[in-house]
Design a protein around this ligand. Structure first.
Ligand code: ADP
Ligand code: MG
Length: 283
């Protein structure tokens, strides 16, 4: 499982690799010839992975996490400082990429049986907790924050608003079109204002449940659908330009907006034909 992470100001994309441990389910469900670790980390370099195939090969990423790595490790070493960047006004996107069952949804932390527990919750709940701890801190007392979330699924050729009310069939469709300047425009997607981590989690859970409606077999559906959870942040800051103003009471309110996208991609075994949707949405 691989995600692209945006970390340093001067580098646009970073890639971290996480090796999934064999789970109890894998031991039951996987044919025994697949029940072995083909990937391992090396004690000599923390950003290399060894592939034990016919011959041994080594690959290098920005970071490599072994099967023993915790959700907390992943968050603290790849994502946490991007929440700081987000607050500074940068747009951030995290993509979880990998085959079906490689741990994308688990790592992202959308709905699964672990997503609420302190030890096993994933990237989204942890990022949102960090964000709200900033928003509520005295450090930013003078700023006014508006946070909105949206959650969209791309399934076959359909765009589905996972936060829309009503049953699956009666929801207004989300559409995507190109204007005369070549900009892609999305419409029909709700952005819901949130005031606390609890509210975010409620929407995340509700949306994740909607993601599973209409599929006879959950796994086959989620392996073919992409889900994008987005957070839009608008901050009003009071700033004083000391070149023109004399004291701190004189100043102007400025608005800084930024977006954070968490993308749980379809299984990489079928990903390529949907790439054009993302490039427009995440632009
Ligand atoms: P994907 O979304 O890539 O198809 P999932 O996140 O659903 O894969 O993971 C498949 C299964 O493996 C799930 O039951 C999940 O809880 C479990 N799993 C994934 N990663 C880990 C991990 N690092 N530790 C323990 N269990 C994991
Ligand atoms: Mg999944």
């Amino acid at each position: 499982m691989v995600h692209a992470i945006k970390e340093k100001e001067n580098s646009t994309v970073q890639v971290a690799l996480r090796i999934k441990p064999l789970t109890a389910d894998d031991l039951v469900n996987l044919p025994s010839r697949f029940q072995r670790n083909v990937l391992s980390t090396t004690e000599f370099a923390s950003n290399q992975v060894i592939v034990h195939g016919e011959k041994k090969q080594t690959w290098t990423f920005d970071k490599v996490f072994g099967p023993e790595s915790s959700q907390k490790d992943i968050y603290e070493q790849t994502v946490k400082n991007m929440v700081d960047k987000f607050l500074e006004g940068f747009n951030v996107t995290i993509l979880a990429y990998g085959q079906t069952s490689s741990g994308k949804t688990y790592t992202m932390g959308t709905l699964n049986e672990y997503s609420q527990l302190p030890e096993t919750k994933g990237i989204i709940p942890r990022s949102m907790a960090t964000l709200f701890s900033y928003v509520n801190s005295t450090q930013f007392k003078s700023r006014k924050f508006v946070i909105k979330v949206s959650f969209v699924e791309i399934y076959n050729e359909d765009l589905i608003d996972l936060l829309a009310e009503g049953d699956y069939e009666s929801r207004p469709p989300v559409t995507i079109r190109e204007d005369s300047k070549g900009n892609m425009i999305w419409s029909g997607l709700q952005e819901i204002k949130v005031n606390s981590i609890e509210e975010v989690m409620r929407h995340l859970m509700r949306g994740s449940m909607n993601r599973q409606v209409g599929a006879t077999e959950m796994n086959s559906q989620s392996s073919r659908s992409h889900a994008i959870f987005s957070v839009a942040l608008s901050q009003q800051k009071f700033v004083t330009d000391f070149r023109t103003k004399k004291n701190e009471e004189e100043g102007d309110w400025i608005t800084v907006t930024s977006k954070f996208h968490f993308v749980d991609l379809a299984g990489s075994e079928r990903v390529s034909r949907y790439v054009h949707y993302f490039s427009s949405y995440l632009a």
